[in-house]
Design a protein around this ligand. Structure first.
Ligand code: I85
Length: 343
């Protein structure tokens, strides 16, 4: 980890900020509260994390990555006791415009076009490109983590929540000179392509939903990811049904195909996306009105299910099956525990 970066302030946050009890959102690792700069009166968002290695990693990577137009900025980080718990308090710019799809849905009856969808995908791609160039995989890119700075047309879309972010160039073998790489397998040496490729899959899903208003893969009911959905994702079983997809350009469909490619080795990289004209020169994308507004939010329950499905699908992609070796002492498996007792 390139170290000389983030050092939280040890002074009390209350000297500089007034914290309210308004909750802006709940993340997996911590809640997000509203707070105000005492000097300027400006509103900020405060993410409260328990001080533990996982949170340190989150803040470290977010801090390092946030000098990008399309990533939520960190203003300050404090190391304080918060409600009696040693915590990391992350002061961020306040995203007043709310979530991506809420914003799109709120556009009264004005048309939403393929070109506008391309501009949104380009913004998200810029964030991903910035991260992947720094060897950071976000691994949790989903609609709830894409927020607008403002509720009006000046709003800028930004990515947040680095709770699952991972550094991808930590090839210990290359950095530690006590190891000769004669026998090193390629995956030990190179960056973790599998980690970054999940961000591109996410981009494909978001692009699909923007264009038609429903997700490419869905489960049959609202609970945990269903076997049917898992199978469809693995096999890349999705379609471009009529009437939504009839007017959509071939370029858009080809990009989606490259992003939803099931084999991560063949899936588009972020460089492929940045070089793709549908993303790289948005003005050339046809200004065709989309039918996604009609489909989006037709049913709040369905939308909720979709978000849960995406969370679960990302979760299963993050499982690092290659290096995951369980410590038998931490196992709850009865057979393993029984075997450990034997001489
Ligand atoms: N502002 N995933 C869903 C929010 N400004 N939000 C989530 N992880 C995070 C919440 C649950 C994202 O790391 C999250 C994180 C950070 C934020 C965040 C950061 C900065 C906001 C979990 C708002 C907001 C929305 C509408 C209105 C207003 C604020 O969420 C305001 F009150 F300003 F009008």
């Amino acid at each position: 980890m390139s170290s000389a970066s983030f050092r939280p302030k040890e002074t009390t946050i209350l000297e500089e900020y007034k914290i309210t009890d308004k909750v802006l959102g709940l993340g997996i690792n911590g809640k997000v509260l509203e707070c105000f700069d005492r000097k300027t009166g400006e509103k900020y968002a405060l993410k409260v994390l328990r001080d533990e290695p996982k949170s340190r990693r989150e803040v470290e990577l977010h801090w390092r990555a946030c000098n990008c137009q399309h990533i939520v900025r960190i203003i300050n980080v404090y190391h304080n006791n918060f409600q009696g718990v040693p915590s990391l308090l992350v002061v961020m710019e306040c995203m007043k415009g709310g979530e991506l799809f809420t914003r799109i849905q709120e556009r009264a009856n004005s048309a939403f076009t393929e070109r506008e969808a391309a501009a949104i995908i380009r913004d998200i791609a810029v964030a991903i490109n910035h991260l992947h160039n720094m060897d950071i995989a976000h691994r949790d890119i989903k609609p709830e983590n894409l927020l607008y700075t403002e509720g009006n047309k000046n709003g800028i879309l930004k990515l947040t929540d680095f709770g699952f972010a991972k550094e991808t160039n930590t090839s210990k073998s290359l950095k530690t000179p006590c190891f000769t790489p004669y026998y090193a397998a390629p995956e030990v040496l190179g960056p973790e392509k599998y980690d970054t490729s999940c961000d591109l899959w996410s981009l494909g899903v978001i692009m699909y939903i923007l264009l038609c208003g429903y997700p490419p893969f869905y489960s049959n009911h609202g609970f945990a990811i269903s076997p049917g959905m898992k199978r469809r994702i693995r096999k890349g079983e999705y379609e471009f049904p009529s009437p939504e997809w009839n007017q959509i350009s071939k370029e858009a469909k080809d990009l989606i195909k490259g992003l939803l490619e099931t084999n991560p080795d063949k899936r588009f990289t972020i460089s492929d996306v940045m070089a793709n004209p549908w993303v790289g020169s948005v003005v050339t994308v046809p200004d065709t009105p989309l039918l996604s507004l009609k489909n989006l939010w037709k049913d709040a329950v369905e939308w909720y299910d979709m978000q849960e499905d995406m969370t679960n699908a990302l979760q299963s992609m993050r499982v690092d099956y290659r290096y995951h070796i369980k410590n038998p002492k931490e196992s709850n498996n009865k057979l393993i525990l029984k075997r450990m007792k034997k001489p």
